[in-house]
Each structure stands twice: as structure tokens, then as C-alpha cells.
Design a protein around this ligand. Structure first.
Ligand SMILES: Nc1ncnc2c1ncn2[C@@H]1O[C@H](COP(=O)(O)OP(=O)(O)O)[C@@H](O)[C@H]1O
Ligand SMILES: [Mg+2]
Length: 248
């Protein structure tokens, strides 16, 4: 895979990136949280944003999906400027978002949670795409159960399933493995890998587990105090970076 040929460019930046962010800044009131972020993600790949709690990872994703408005910088997706688009416009343009902490509706059934997502996206079709149940068979088995009665791992599958009903091209997930059993973590990793390798999706996730990143991701970016302090392909994620910037 690695060639010695000096004329070959490194993978990063040599292809037109699917996602390209430059000079991204964001403040909560007077408090600046994101400081001139530069970030790229190649199409049909998985990228992981890593970093300790409170460094700005969620804020970064919320700016990316349009739930916050950056004070400076540019976000382009597939070469088109998306900086000024509202969250719903970005959703219509194929971005799916799975927020941190799942945020499903506990009193609605699994099926109703999925239907609400269809409706929220303005899709008039009233049936859940079979691909969602094929991806997460447990959601089909549990479709009449209330969201709040599912286990943490099942709720996370529901949260991802809810983002998939709109058939996004670009999926953004905030700590999908937080507080979940190891066997479900592996299953989620295999699912997102398959969405990329077999369905051509592009995926960006916030992830704290180094092992998960090593196993399932293509690239990584480590954030510290609102800045990216290390980036690269996943085979460049070394232990000194991990010990310096991550809680392990
Ligand atoms: N709604 C908010 N209002 C004010 N400050 C916030 C808000 N959300 C997050 N913050 C602050 O912004 C910083 C980054 O938070 P966050 O993006 O959630 O970090 P992470 O996801 O890396 O844990 C933290 O200092 C946090 O306290
Ligand atoms: Mg967070």
C-alpha cells in the first residue's frame, strides 16, 4: 500500500476533499471555543475527531451541520459553499446527524421515532426504508417497543437509524460508542464501515476510543482547546499523540 515513489502526493489533500473547512471560528457569547479550524475529509472515507472532554468537538460538529453559525471561516461540501445554509437545508443536501447522548423520543415507539425523522425531513413517503431495518435488524424486532425501554446499545442503533431514514450521503455522529457495551461498539463500527465501503457514504465521527479509531477509521484529527493539534491517516496515530492529548 505504501509506495516509496517520491512523486506520489500524500493521500490527504491530493484528492478533492468531500468536506473542506477553513478558518472556522466560533464563540459562545464572549467565549471563543473554535480557533481557526482547518479540516478536510476525503469522499467515501471515515474520519474521527478525537480529544478530551470540553475541547470543542461537539461545537465543531454543530457548526458543521448548521446548528450553530460560525463567526468566521468557510465550510464546503462537495465543492459547494455550505457555510450559510440552515441546518434543514444541509439535511436536504444529504447530511445526517446523530447527536451526542442519542436524544431519541423515549415515549414513542421505535417505528414512531423513525417516522418522525422522515416527517421532520419533509419526506412525504410514509414508510421506513427497508435498508434501515436491514442495517439494524433489532430495530425491526423492537419496532413496537417504546424508545425508552430499549437498552443503551439499541437506543444508539435507533439514533443512527433515525439519521439513515433520509438516506444521507454524509453522516456525522457525535460519540456513538459512549456508554455502550463492547459487542455493540464493534457492531456499530462494522455498520459504519459497510455504509462507506458498500454504499459510498462519507462519515465523520467524534470518538474517544483509540481502539475503535484504529480499527474502523481512515483518518483522525485530535482537538485540544478548540484547535486541531494532530491530524493524519489512521496509521499515523502514534502513542505519544494519544498520551499527550487524550484521556487513556
Ligand atoms: N451552549 C453552550 N453555551 C456556552 N458554552 C458552551 C455551550 N456548549 C458548550 N459550551 C462550552 O464550550 C466548550 C466546548 O464544549 P463541547 O463542544 O461540548 O466540547 P466536547 O464535545 O469536546 O466535550 C466547553 O468549554 C463547554 O463548556
Ligand atoms: Mg461532546
Amino acid at each position: 500500500m505504501n509506495t516509496e515513489a517520491s512523486e506520489t502526493e500524500p493521500d490527504h489533500g491530493s484528492q478533492n476533499p468531500y468536506l473542506e473547512i477553513s478558518g472556522l471560528e466560533f464563540s459562545y457569547g464572549e467565549v471563543k471555543v473554535l480557533h481557526g479550524l482547518e479540516f478536510q475529509l476525503v469522499a467515501e472515507s471515515i474520519g474521527c475527531v478525537m480529544g478530551r472532554n470540553g475541547v470543542g468537538k461537539t461545537t465543531f460538529l454543530r457548526n458543521l451541520v448548521g446548528l450553530e453559525t460560525p463567526s468566521a471561516g468557510k465550510i464546503s461540501i462537495e465543492g459547494k459553499d455550505a457555510t450559510k445554509l440552515e441546518a434543514y437545508q444541509r439535511a436536504c443536501n444529504g447530511i445526517g446527524y446523530v447527536p451526542q447522548g442519542r436524544q431519541i423520543f423515549p415515549l414513542l415507539t421505535v417505528e414512531e421515532n423513525l417516522l418522525v425523522a422522515l416527517e421532520a425531513a419533509g419526506i412525504t413517503e410514509k414508510s421506513i426504508p427497508s435498508s434501515v431495518y436491514e442495517t439494524f435488524p433489532v430495530l425491526h424486532q423492537m419496532r413496537k417497543r417504546r424508545g425508552g425501554d430499549l437498552s443503551g446499545g439499541q437506543q444508539q442503533q435507533l439514533a443512527i437509524g433515525r439519521a439513515l431514514v433520509t438516506r444521507p450521503k454524509f453522516l456525522v455522529l457525535d460519540e456513538p460508542t459512549e456508554g455502550i457495551q463492547p459487542n455493540v461498539i464493534t457492531m456499530i463500527g462494522e455498520v459504519i464501515r459497510k455504509l462507506v465501503d458498500e454504499h459510498g457514504m462519507t462519515i465523520l465521527l467524534v470518538e474517544q476510543y483509540v481502539d475503535f479509531v484504529r480499527k474502523f477509521s481512515d483518518s483522525f484529527a485530535v482537538m485540544n482547546r478548540g484547535r486541531f493539534v494532530a491530524k493524519g491517516s489512521v496509521d499515523e496515530l502514534d502513542s505519544s499523540t494519544i498520551h499527550k492529548h487524550l484521556s487513556v
